[in-house]
Design a protein around this ligand. Structure first.
Ligand code: AMP
Ligand code: MG
Length: 391
């Protein structure tokens, strides 16, 4: 049995780099940038008015000003503002040399066709050429996870299509002779396959491509042939169930038979101990115990960082430190325990009803996961603890 940090190291050190592909800007959100991107223009590209108002020389604002031109956004001004003059300008309009301020329209009135400034302000209301970015400046680095802010930047520097890493393809297999699909009513001794769909949605949310490969009964032949049939189409297999010590837990044996090198088979975490990670050439497999909370934790702790690494990004969870609202005690402490919690706005971490690794419903009430370190049997109410956010 190895510690989680060690397991994560093994997983991350096994990662390969996936190839580059090009996607249109509309499809780039959630993807990882494959190359550094620099700007092909200054931003702003010209001195630009930040307000609707009057562009003039600041030394003139005590005088009535004559309007010589109207400058909408998208128009190139034709006239130079001189002594006692101004141009009516809209937000985004070009501010020409010689003009050093834009007086907000709200601070003016018109008298006898002349502009009177009736409220003085020290604001220049000009966005200066290249004040955000100079032409040729790097704007985003390879490995950046693209969110709407980065999409806006890519758009403004003309980066369309966008060079991103290919999405890893994850083939999802739910093993277990007791499983039926969610659309079916479970009969005696059956349960619905929730892991298949939980994993599918995790994979999608992580910006990767899930392929649902169905339910496979607890038979080494059936598991083996599912691997054979799909290995050429996936980068990673995610198998749920069949990795523990039970008589019908065939997954690790089948993986070895198929040539996978198993890099670990037990991790000191609760839930999720009998987790298997294996590799053959550039293909990988995670075999996870079937209880749905184990699946959830393992995806967060191992699969997700691995997927991002394949795409060239560093993933780290958002963590918060807050006071624990009530004391937690446990008898055994040889594993790192994960429990669902609620991180409140008032800076407290509350425990919720949680019956163990089959109790996936608890995760719908939680917004965080608290870990209790190896060797710790008690954390007292009021102590500061760290939770990672899952919502
Ligand atoms: P296993 O890891 O195969 O020993 O399964 C552990 C527990 O998880 C058993 O109670 C299984 O019935 C349950 N389980 C296994 N696979 C799934 C699944 N795909 N969806 C929900 N529960 C599952
Ligand atoms: Mg099973």
């Amino acid at each position: 049995m190895i510690k989680l940090e060690k397991a994560l190291n093994i997983v991350m050190n096994s990662a390969i780099t996936l190839e580059e592909e090009s996607v249109p800007l509309q499809e780039a959100c959630g993807r990882v940038l494959y190359r550094d991107v620099s700007s092909d223009i200054d931003m702003p590209p010209f001195n630009k008015s930040a307000m609707d108002g009057y562009a003039c020389r600041s030394e003139d604002i005590d005088r009535p000003l004559k309007v010589i031109e109207t400058i909408p956004a998208g128009y190139t001004p034709q006239k130079t503002v001189g002594d006692g003059e101004c141009s009516k300008i809209m937000t985004g309009g070009i501010v020409l040399e010689g003009v050093d301020c834009v007086v907000m329209v709200e601070h003016t009135e018109i008298k006898d066709d002349l502009v009177i400034v009736n409220k003085k302000s020290s604001d220049r209301n000009i966005c200066y050429k290249a004040e955000d970015i100079h032409k040729g400046d790097g704007v985003l680095q390879k490995g950046t996870l693209l969110t709407p802010a980065e999409i806006a930047v890519l758009s403004s520097v003309g980066c369309d299509p966008v060079p991103v890493s290919r999405k890893p393809v994850l083939g999802i297999i739910a093993t277990g002779s007791e499983l039926v699909e969610p659309s079916q009513k479970p009969q005696s001794a059956q349960i619905r396959n929730s892991n298949g769909y939980q994993l599918y949605s995790h994979v999608e949310q992580a910006g990767c491509k899930p392929v649902y490969l169905g339910i496979i009964g607890d038979s080494p032949e059936a598991i083996g042939s599912a691997i054979d049939q799909n290995i050429s189409n996936v980068d990673i297999f995610l198998l749920s169930g069949g990795v523990s010590m039970g008589e019908f837990d065939y997954v690790p044996g089948v993986l070895q038979e198929k040539g996978f090198k198993l890099l670990f088979q037990k991790v000191a975490i609760k839930p999720g101990k009998p987790t298997v990670f294996g590799k053959i050439d550039n293909k990988f497999v995670f075999g996870m115990p079937g209880n749905p909370v184990s699946t959830f934790i393992l995806f967060e702790m191992l699969v997700k960082p691995f997927c991002y690494k394949l795409m060239g990004a560093d993933y780290s969870h958002t963590k918060v430190t807050a006071k624990l609202a009530e004391t937690i005690k446990r008898i055994k402490s040889e594993r790192l325990s994960f429990i669902p919690v609620v991180v409140n706005n008032n800076g407290e971490i509350n425990l919720i009803k949680y019956h163990g690794s089959a109790h996936i419903h608890a995760l719908t009430k939680a917004n965080g996961i608290l870990s209790i370190p190896v060797g710790v049997n008690e954390i007292k109410a009021g102590e500061n603890v760290q939770a990672l956010l899952i919502k």
